[in-house]
Design a binder for this molecule. Sequence first.
Ligand code: GAP
Length: 448
Amino acid sequence: MLEKSQVDMEKIVSLSQRRGFIFQSSEIYGGLASCWDYGPLGVELKNNIKKAWWRSIVQERDDIVGIDSSILMHPKTWEASGHIQGFTDPLAECKECHLRWRIDELKSANCPNCNGELTEPQRFNLMFKTFIGPVEDKASITYLRPETAQGIFVNFHNILNTTRKRLPFGIAQIGKAFRNEITTGNFIFRSREFEQMELEYFVKPDSDEHWLNYWLEERLRWYINLGIKQGNLRLRQHGQDELAHYARNCYDIDYLFPMGWSEIEGIANRGDFDLRQHSEYSGKNLDYFDGDTNGHYFPIIIEPSAGVDRSLLAFLIDAYDEEPDKDELRVLLHLHPDLAPYKAAILPLSRRPPLVALAKDVYDSVRRHLMVSYDNSQSIGRRYRRQDEIGTPFCVTVDFESLNDNQVTIRDRDTMNQIRVPIEELTQVLIAKLAGENFVTQPLWKTE
Ligand code: GAP
């Protein structure tokens, strides 16, 4: 098995492009910097990550509900949230080549591109500006949201009134966010259009420390349960000088990427900043009436905010492996079955019509329950390798014996062990093995 330090980003980029996980946006026009398109396998993996998050945060809990708010919001939202004033990077421009640089990342006093002299730094707002309606004047300006969180805060009372939830409770949202990032690179790690999975968890004022610690543990466990090696994850507390303008305390969940430890999720104590600000700017009081104490107050918000794209990159890197295989190299993704784009591949051993017909029947019966692929091109060895490389947990081979005994062979991606099962039980066996049943445990009906 490969050590993490041996996985370089080039291999992940090349696999992603070769197999249809991720492409450069607008590639035929030379590409659009820091924007990415997810291909047929990428969109499955991405959807599976979002599904796993939604299941653990919303579906399996009584205290959290979901929301899907619009990307465009009233421009006052961004005044209240502090983004117009505070969501900025300090930039200096080179007087020679006119490239702009983030001064907090510069290693020398001159331009890294041409060594030219730099201007005094200026604050640069990261929000994308746009216009609502046909007139492009000041009154019609709004922004593409830089975080999904604000759509939750402005709906706080709508959710409270329609669900009758009581503290502590949470509102979750998955959606696109946009930032005109200056420092880009490292593939999909930092892009200008990305997706977030955000939870705003509202708690009583004196319980914020408890809930911050609770969510740190929960969120770490989520990554580990989905297969990320514990040693490749760490928690890092922000220093006072790093805290966002709204945060009282914040931790990053960092993953050990090829370029070093970097954030995949931030877990912040936002205090009562957001509800207080929106109350002031909208004139609508967003406080909470506590029936236990008969008092009104603004709840404290604990916010676990994860990036879909960054966690997808971490899942890909963590799953990537190479093994010697005869004279070649077996490349495989040890993706967790819940995340794998295909759960199984149905492979007829040859293209002889009776085998293909049986394999198609098998495919049709399984695909009603699971996302599976069908492949009858090239040698069986090559087809196994192709599935290993995209992380398909199981390959199901339909062979000549299957025509007589109505059984098929299931091959396990990670161990390459094989078991033989009756076709009529195949879906059930696959579902059990995908849920973690020991692969070599033969089902009860195993016939010798
Ligand atoms: N609402 C809080 C918030 O937005 P953040 O730390 O700025 O906090 C949360 O962002 C997560 O969103 C990050 O941990 C990261 O996974 C993802 N993210 C932020 N900026 C990103 C970018 N430019 N490209 C990809 N993902 C990004």
